[in-house]
Design a protein around this ligand. Structure first.
Ligand SMILES: O=c1ccn([C@@H]2O[C@H](COP(=O)(O)O)[C@@H](O)[C@H]2O)c(=O)[nH]1
Length: 230
């Protein structure tokens, strides 16, 4: 069976747990995601540990955000690990995004538009007044112009982003919660089925899978539900 278009966020406190989660979920999902917690604690070795023997795609979610020269150096440093996807913050601007794209030619650069944990009230406070989807569309367009071939947005904006950037750009949505699951610190959320129906190409799901007593079964259940919904 083809693995589901899900990136499981391996936000674990230690490498053994992350590797165990990865081994349990990889029969069911296309991708595992390594974020700041794991990478800052263990560094580059984490990639091989979570990949194991399965050859699953690794999504390195470092959300780089600095001046172009610094991001170029950081992207070059991690490009040798050959992650399938590397994130940068779209708010770093076009020159920064382009620097990442040029420095990691074998990795897909995904620009994070507006974090899924932010509410419209938060956006007002940080000076991005107006509906979230206006800011997300603007950041999406500038990121694609700068060479990003993937974008991270919430499921709430995914159809607007697709209309803005067209086909051929990979849309990645965190903020995904199965019906009835706790939203935790996520603000702009939808179910996996809804996110996929609205045009997401890859769903990022962490705690609803890794917080389950059986992460493998939780991933399999979401994957089966997605197959039924298409
Ligand atoms: O806007 C964003 C960008 C990245 N993330 C990351 O996705 C996962 C979500 O984990 P859950 O446990 O499913 O909430 C996490 O690693 C974030 O760093 C995001 O949530 N929102």
């Amino acid at each position: 069976m083809t693995p589901a278009p899900i990136a499981v966020a391996l936000d674990a406190p230690d490498l053994e747990t992350a590797a165990q989660w990865a081994a349990l979920v990889t029969p069911h999902v296309s991708t595992v995601k390594v974020g700041l917690e794991l990478y800052l604690r263990y560094g580059p070795d984490v990639i091989a540990s979570v990949k194991g023997a399965s050859g699953v795609q690794v999504f390195l979610d470092l959300k780089l955000h600095d001046i172009p020269n610094t991001v170029a150096g950081a992207a070059r440093a991690v490009a040798r690990l050959r992650p399938a996807i590397l994130t940068v913050h779209a708010a770093g601007g076009p020159a920064m995004i382009r620097a990442a794209v040029e420095s990691a030619p074998h990795t897909e650069i995904a620009a994070v538009t507006i974090l899924t944990s932010l509410t419209e009230a938060d956006l007002d406070r940080i000076g991005l007044a107006g509906p979230a989807d206006a800011a997300v569309r603007r950041l999406a367009a500038l990121s694609v112009e700068a060479g990003a071939t993937a974008l991270v947005c919430s499921p709430h904006e995914v159809s607007a982003v697709r209309a803005e950037v067209g086909e051929g750009i990979r849309l990645i949505t965190p903020g995904v919660r199965p019906t009835g699951a706790a939203t935790q610190d996520q603000a702009r959320v939808a179910t996996p089925e809804q996110a996929l129906a609205d045009g997401a190409d890859l769903l990022v799901i962490g705690r609803p899978i890794t917080g389950s007593p059986d992460p493998g079964a939780a991933a399999a259940a979401i994957a089966a539900s997605l197959r039924r919904s298409v």
